[in-house]
Design a protein around this ligand. Structure first.
Ligand SMILES: [Zn+2]
Ligand SMILES: [Zn+2]
Length: 441
């Protein structure tokens, strides 16, 4: 009997507790709230609009002037302070207290030099340029995250640095961003890529190495051209180049540890233009990939040696190796910080649910996010967008590449939550402790 008298009081207390917990900063971020917000029709349509505008006007690395202007306009609308230009065309926004601790979110902005073959309303308007890697979605998702974070700015115990980075596709924009010094006070950085082969609503990653380190090479093999019917009076660069290519095949198949994945591919072979003329020179070029810094540097050295020593029967042939590092810097291995993997699992568990988190096998593709993983604790993951009911989704860098825009909400929510929860719960005590946590290379 007496118990019944207590029921209203208990209910009142319960309600009070709920109110207190929902107003504390942690609870909103430790829920699926960011995803629910990003899925609201008006919010979602706003991101779709941004993505389509960028898709129609693709810009190559270090030329993202209009994309940067669009980003700045949106940041102004959101009342977010920013810096521009950073690393030529980059934009860096700041949400939160404006004071330490700082955590960064990264989106790349550049398109590819290729013609779009998808016929749709928002097809690229620029001949020969296309957002075929989905960086248009990355920009829209980071702006989405900016909006979610700004709306709950007072719940952030620190500052989120929004990094809109130029030139990911081979230009090493991340390297320039680091050189610009905007990440000096940042304790951790997060980034992701949309993935055509991962289902919508699923995210995937792994601790440690996730994307290969990569480099490019080019060698000009000079001989002495002449009549194809009188080879004894020539020095045939085509034969010498072929010998070099055969010796390059030995580097992975005979010299590398079979358990240490590596690739050397000759993708370029240019020389000659007639059936009966031996050309003066041949240019060969390609790429090499590995999952550790040692293996990558070893490959680089051995490719140089193979280009210099892979002789034909005529030793006069001259080669010169050029690793194109000025325009295409060596990309390090993308190595995910192991402590941040725990953080990713916690965040993704709340946003997409534990059963929608997948282990990602390491990929031979390279990512210039790798430069960040070399200088501060960093974490990179994939956000799925495959929806089989909508037909096949061609992979990135295909002229038929298509995006499932539903992924925008997932990306925005993951970004926002990764940053907010890092500030709230995941920082190691003493930020300096986190630095240098990736010496497994
Ligand atoms: Zn790409
Ligand atoms: Zn990409």
């Amino acid at each position: 009997m007496g118990l019944f008298r207590w029921v209203p009081l208990l209910l009142l207390l319960h309600q009070l507790c709920l109110q207190i917990s929902s107003s504390s900063s942690g609870s909103v971020w430790m829920s699926s709230y960011p995803l629910e917000r990003a899925k609201e029709p008006e919010f979602f349509e706003w991101m779709v609009g941004i993505r389509r505008r960028i898709h129609e006007n693709p810009e190559l690395g270090y030329e993202e002037f209009e994309t940067a202007k669009l980003v700045m306009r949106e940041l102004e609308d959101l009342g977010i302070r920013y810096e521009y230009p950073v690393a030529v065309t980059g934009v860096v926004g700041y949400v939160g207290t404006g004071k330490p601790p700082f955590v960064a979110l990264r989106a790349d902005m550049d398109a590819l030099a290729m013609q779009e073959s998808v016929e749709w309303e928002y097809k690229s308007k620029v001949p020969g340029k296309m957002h075929a890697c989905g960086h248009d979605t990355h920009v829209a998702m980071l702006l989405g995250a900016a909006k979610i974070l700004k709306e709950r700015q007072e719940e952030l115990p620190g500052t989120v640095v929004l990094l809109f980075q130029p030139a990911e596709e081979g230009g090493g924009g991340a390297k320039k961003v680091i050189e610009a010094g905007v990440l000096e006070k940042v304790e951790a950085i997060f980034g992701f890529h949309i993935a055509s082969e991962i289902p919508i609503g699923v995210v995937a990653s792994r601790p440690g190495a996730i994307m290969a380190g990569s480099g490019f090479f080019e060698a000009v093999i000079s001989g002495k051209g002449g009549h194809a019917a009188i080879p004894q009076h020539t020095i045939d660069p085509i034969l010498s180049a072929s010998n070099v290519i055969v010796s390059l095949q030995h580097l992975v198949s005979r010299e590398a540890d079979p358990l240490d994945s590596q690739v050397v591919t000759v993708a370029k072979f240019q020389g000659g233009g007639a059936f009966n003329v031996i050309p003066d020179s041949v240019t060969i070029g390609g790429t090499f990939r590995a999952f550790s810094k040692e293996s990558l540097l070893q490959l680089k050295q051995r490719i140089e040696e193979a280009c210099d020593q892979g002789t034909s029967s005529r030793a006069e042939v001259q080669r010169h190796g050029d690793f194109l590092e000025k325009d295409r810097p060596l990309f390090p291995v993308t190595v995910n910080n192991k402590d941040l993997h725990e953080h990713f699992l916690n965040v993704a568990g709340d946003i997409v649910g534990l059963r929608n988190i997948r282990d990602q096998q390491p990929l031979m593709g390279a990512e210039d996010f790798a430069f960040f993983t070399e200088v501060l604790p960093a974490y990179y993951y994939f956000v799925g967008m495959k929806n089989e009911t909508r037909g096949p989704m061609p992979p990135a860098h295909s002229p038929y590449f298509k995006v499932n825009e539903e992924a925008l909400s997932y990306g925005a929510a993951m970004h926002a939550s990764m940053a907010a929860r890092y500030l709230i719960e995941a920082r190691p005590s003493g930020s300096a402790a986190a630095r240098g946590g990736h010496d497994e290379l």
